[in-house]
Design a protein around this ligand. Structure first.
Ligand code: NAD
Length: 358
């Protein structure tokens, strides 16, 4: 315990004057990249992740090992563990919490609805309680999702659009998260920034996402299932490259302002912000497959089937003018360039040999 505390203190310290950040979900795709970026510029970063087996935990451990090399210690624990959180805030005076830990994915909610409530609702409240009681109170930046727009058909999606028709339990828990964080901002003066990410992809990505599993199947000569809308229209997503998302996250942290606490006349003065972080140019799933085929130099075996109605929405499309104005956010990588980098990483990480197919 003593050794762990020393590691946490060292990891959270940073190199003088920078932010001191607790990153939840640090062994996950986005948390990993954001932790590296913060560490690189000298911020103190402590990670927290429960290394659950929603997808291959060995990928999470590989990310953790890389983080360790750059001086970021990732604590193995759950955001629902109030005692652990209290201990972390006791050891390090975090200025910010970047909250990425969540049960992600829309389809898995059919199988395991409780995991969404556990991580995305109860876990969020446990974390906010810890932030409320911490001294100093950190500013919070957390991952909401484009899925809150649900069946909204007014495109592109703007932050002021209605979010009253979630299409999945995942979306419903993210919408709940926006409401929950708002209440903590109002009552306890916590500075809150919610980021609605649009389909994030890139190196070290998530194996459960289509671009990743398509890549695996195409290379192994296995068929891929491509969903199409009931009206025979192709699904489209506003795929956003991880480096653009990281820039948006870091800019959010830098502009987050302070938590003001619940006492005195400053009550309620802490900012509550919501931003879309997307790419602004949706691509259809068949187009995505075409780009992958080109970069992999292998033809896909496609099974096109009607979307089974298990939580997916037909399309997403971000309007990012608010993030551009307030965060200086400007997506810079298109899908073709981003997938090229993803494929390069995939081939090197999994050691795929085109000749042997292994
Ligand atoms: P991810 O699954 O790779 O990362 C989440 C990490 O959190 C995982 O490593 C997991 O082990 C950890 N975790 C889950 N529940 C936990 C708990 N209760 N306690 C501690 N750790 C826990 O997912 P990601 O793609 O990196 O997503 C990060 C965040 O962004 C999530 O909140 C997700 O909902 C949101 N988001 C992602 C996308 C995307 O396209 N990747 C889009 C919209 C929103």
């Amino acid at each position: 315990h003593v050794r762990t505390s020393a590691q946490i203190r060292r990891s959270g310290g940073g190199s003088g004057g920078g932010a001191s950040v607790l990153v939840t979900g640090a062994a996950g795709f986005v948390g990993f990249h954001v932790s590296l970026a913060l560490r690189k510029r000298g911020d103190g970063v402590v990670g927290l992740d429960n290394f659950n087996s929603y997808y291959d935990p060995s990928l999470k451990r590989a990310r953790r090992d890389l983080l360790a090399k750059s001086g970021v210690f990732v604590v193995d624990g759950d955001v629902n563990d109030a005692r652990l959180l209290a201990k972390l805030f006791d050891v390090v005076a975090f200025t910010h919490v970047m909250h990425f830990a969540a049960q992600a994915g829309v389809r898995y909610a059919i199988e395991n609805p409780a995991s969404y409530v556990h991580s995305n609702v109860a876990g969020l409240v446990t974390l906010l309680e810890a932030c409320k009681s911490a001294d100093p109170q950190p500013a919070i930046v957390w991952a909401s999702s484009s899925s809150v727009y649900g069946l909204n058909d007014k495109v592109p999606f703007s932050e002021s659009d209605k979010t009253d028709r979630p299409a999945s339990l995942y979306a419903a828990t993210k919408k709940a998260g926006e409401a929950i964080t708002h209440s903590y901002n109002h009552i306890y003066g916590l500075s809150i920034t919610g980021l609605r990410f649009f389909t994030v992809y890139g190196p070290w990505g998530r194996p459960d996402m289509a671009y990743f599993s398509f890549t695996r199947n195409i290379l192994q000569g296995k068929p891929i299932t491509v969903y199409r809308g009931k009206d025979k229209r192709d699904l489209a997503r506003d795929f956003t490259y991880i480096d653009d998302i990281v820039k948006g996250c870091v800019a959010s942290l830098d502009t987050a302002g302070r938590s003001t606490g619940s006492g005195g006349k400053k009550r309620g003065a802490a900012p509550y912000r919501i931003f879309n972080l997307g790419n602004t140019s949706p691509v259809t799933v068949p187009e995505l497959v075409g780009i992958l085929e080109r970069h992999l130099k292998v033809k896909a075996k496609k099974n096109v089937v009607e979307m089974p109605g298990n939580g997916d929405v037909p399309f997403t499309h971000a309007n990012v003018s608010r993030a551009r104005a307030q965060l200086g956010y400007k997506p810079a990588t298109d899908l073709d360039a981003g997938l090229k980098r993803f494929v390069k990483w995939y081939l090197s990480y999994y050691g795929y040999n085109r000749k042997t197919g292994m």
